[in-house]
Ligand binder design. Sequence first.
Ligand SMILES: [Zn+2]
Length: 465
Amino acid sequence: MRVWGLRLWWIVVLGAVWPVAALSDPAGIGDPYFPLMGNSGYDVLHYDIELDVALAQQTVRAVVTIDLQALATLEQFHLDFSGPEISALEVNGAPAAFERRAGELVVTPVRPILSTEQAQVRVRYAGRFQADQRDGFGAGWQHYPTGVFVASQPDGAATWFPSNDHPLDKATFTFTIRVPAGNLAAANGVLIDTRYEPTAATYVWHMAQPMATYLATVNITDFVVVESQSVGGVPIRNYFPTESAPRLEEIFEVQAAMLDFYESLIGPYPFDVYGAVVARANFPFALETQTLSLFPRDIARIPRPTVNDIIAHEMVHQWFGNSVSVQHWRDIWLNEGFATYFAALWVEHTDGPAAFQRLMENYYAMISQPGDQQREVRIGDPGAQQLFHGLVYVRGAWTLHALRQLLGDEVFFRAIREYYQRYAYGNASIADFIASVEATSGLDLGAFFRQWLYEPRTPTVRFSS
Ligand SMILES: [Zn+2]
């Protein structure tokens, strides 16, 4: 996610609590920041999400089918779900008892699921679009006069589909979305089928690589589709509101060259397709929804180089955040510090070392101003309320720049590529990253990372690159 506007960029919420979940709690997966996020006892293999969307009524009818592998014998298990009323719930085709407690959906199948078994859970529900506005970004279905979009980082997925809502349990997805005629539904992955009726159209999307639940998205309005391809062969499809399509086509043309650049730095693009979706609505962030990054309408009015920085940031997340996901949310630096730094590397690549150095100097000025609370955030463990604090991004980027200065370009970029390769399509913690860089470089980097990630004082740096 890339947030803009001073108020949100530097948002500071004091008094964060530090709850701890018991490891075997079926209501949580063990994330210290979000004890009820995710669940234990099983691994979701696939989500099949069928949606029948009535845009004018702002309602959706849903059938969600979840294929899961049990990891323990389950007499009862939890899903995360805070969406509308459920009309039916089945496990392996048989109606199952269920109970809803706050955001937890507690399911009791007619017979226990054995630890070696796979099972299929089907949930039917219908209701109005629901958006959870508690953190100022909104989560879940967000409606505007001519359409709707979905954004869910970090814990909004459970507002629109029952899930094991944590990046530790990634799965493949299929979306079958029926919308009123004249609209188009864009979701993650590859569009594999389109069916037309006189008054409706159905779009079927398949996300073949594992995806964290918060990266799932559905976007509906009368989009124009603009297709292209990177030199390296990654298909690009962009979904733009009709009236701003020509301007947006110009702005997003840079994606092709960026894909080639990041493939050369990090490794092959992880998914089958990439692109942007621009909503006909304004919000102060962009989000790296997998294979289809989400942008607000006003992206068309943001001048270069800022707009390139935002486009690059969400693209870099496809490698760092989406392919390599956080293990727990406290590892957010592995997403945001990396996306910020690699977006800056695009400036180095296109505008040269002097422009890059000026940018890094500006970033350093942002993180080294004395006398305010900004330094109280430990970017390696910022707390649930400060996941998207500006320091996680900017000091996070400087942490990588300082590491590059320490290791030299050859070892630094080799360490990045080896780390990426090791954890692609999985999860990594900050400790995993440090261990991986130590393995590549042969150095003990404990003191370096302690200073940059866990100590309040901004380390002193030199300004050569
Ligand atoms: Zn981001």
